[in-house]
Design a protein around this ligand. Structure first.
Ligand SMILES: [Zn+2]
Length: 347
């Protein structure tokens, strides 16, 4: 059997989503969470898993491929996951789930609230990133200021942390569905090896960029933990914490900063198109690149690159080449999921 990852939010629903500033979100540690894997054992039927953003759904797919588990990604690709509100129809999917994996670090509070209100007894919500990163190591920065109460949640752009995500998924599922433990363990080992490969390739590619040019100015603030790991500097992020456009004053300050820091390229995003980037590019000598994909997997469902690995390779190659480096080690990577037929993703 193969794992099937099916969309649960139709395009029509996605169009009707409310965008909210998440004013009613609850603090991270309001309820003492049970450790992941504390739900009831499931046997004799496929495990029902719910996930949120596509890169995390892909990481889970790599661990469960071939076990028969069903994985439902709730956040449609190309959607702003930071303001995502699950549609009412998600309640039923959550009700039927055994495990709801969310990133945590206060990224998906509306989905977490709906999950906690609807999951059956014996099911569980597992906050992956919150479990692997001690609060003292949370990064608050440009679009995620400390007084906003939401740390930068993007651990999944940093390969070593992704290995930890996969480990949490593996450990949780081995406890919840022991009859498939061997599959989860084998898949984890294969996926961890691939994550090590992209990490090594990114280290090599970094070496080819002059040290003074390893600077990131992105629209969406998604590379804080990546930058700390590869010793790059995030000089800023254009998107304000409100996810609105920056003010003219903020844009003027960014233009000054790009000139002073001699930033070579400014990176925008397909998920968050913005005319601001072009303006900054025009008024400085920086290249502007508007193709970073954030949570939007490249290609179509079933394509090899429609995966976490494919997404990271695309974004890393784009950044390395724009900064004058050699991305050939990254380009040589095989980005297929470890179990080939698990690559069916939400639209
Ligand atoms: Zn994001």
């Amino acid at each position: 059997m193969t794992s099937r990852i099916k969309p649960t939010v139709s395009i029509a629903f996605a169009g009707a989503l409310l965008i909210s500033a998440c004013g009613g979100s609850s603090p991270a540690a309001e309820v003492a969470a049970q450790p992941c894997g504390s739900g009831e054992v499931v046997s004799g039927r496929p495990l029902q898993i719910v996930s949120t953003v596509a890169p995390i759904t892909s990481i889970i797919a790599n661990v469960v491929g071939g076990s028969g588990a069903v994985v439902n990604g709730l956040v449609p690709e190309g959607t702003n996951s930071h303001t995502f509100e699950p549609p009412p129809s998600a309640a039923k999917v959550l009700e039927e789930s055994d495990v709801v994996f969310i990133n945590g670090l206060v990224l998906e509070e509306p989905t977490k609230d709906l999950a906690e209100a609807n999951i059956a007894s014996g099911a569980e919500v597992c906050e992956i990133a919150t479990g692997i990163l001690p609060e003292g190591e949370w990064i608050y920065d440009f679009s995620f200021p400390k007084d906003g109460g939401k740390p930068n949640p993007h651990l999944w752009t940093n390969p070593p942390m992704v290995k930890e995500y996969a480990q949490v998924v593996r450990d949780t599922l081995v406890k919840r569905n022991p009859e498939n433990a061997e599959t989860f363990n084998t898949n984890f080992a294969a996926f961890a090896a691939k994550v090590d490969e992209i990490d090594a390739a990114m280290q090599l590619a970094t070496e080819t960029i002059p040290a003074a040019d390893r600077k990131l100015l992105t629209y969406h603030d998604a590379y804080a933990y990546f930058a700390r790991h590869y010793n790059w500097t995030v000089v800023g992020a254009i998107q304000p914490s409100s996810f609105e456009e920056p003010t003219p004053k903020e844009i003027a300050e960014l233009i000054t900063q790009v000139k002073v820091e001699k930033v070579k390229a400014v990176f925008g995003s397909e998920v968050f198109p913005s005319p601001v980037l072009e303006q900054i590019g025009k008024e400085t000598n920086a290249k502007y690149i508007d193709v970073l994909r954030d949570d939007d997997l490249p290609g179509e469902p079933g394509d090899p690159e429609h995966s976490w690995m494919g997404l990271m390779r695309f974004n890393f190659v784009t950044m390395v080449e724009a900064l004058g480096g050699d991305a050939s080690a990254l380009k040589a990577l095989d980005v297929n999921d470890v179990v080939k037929d698990s690559a069916v993703y939400p639209q």
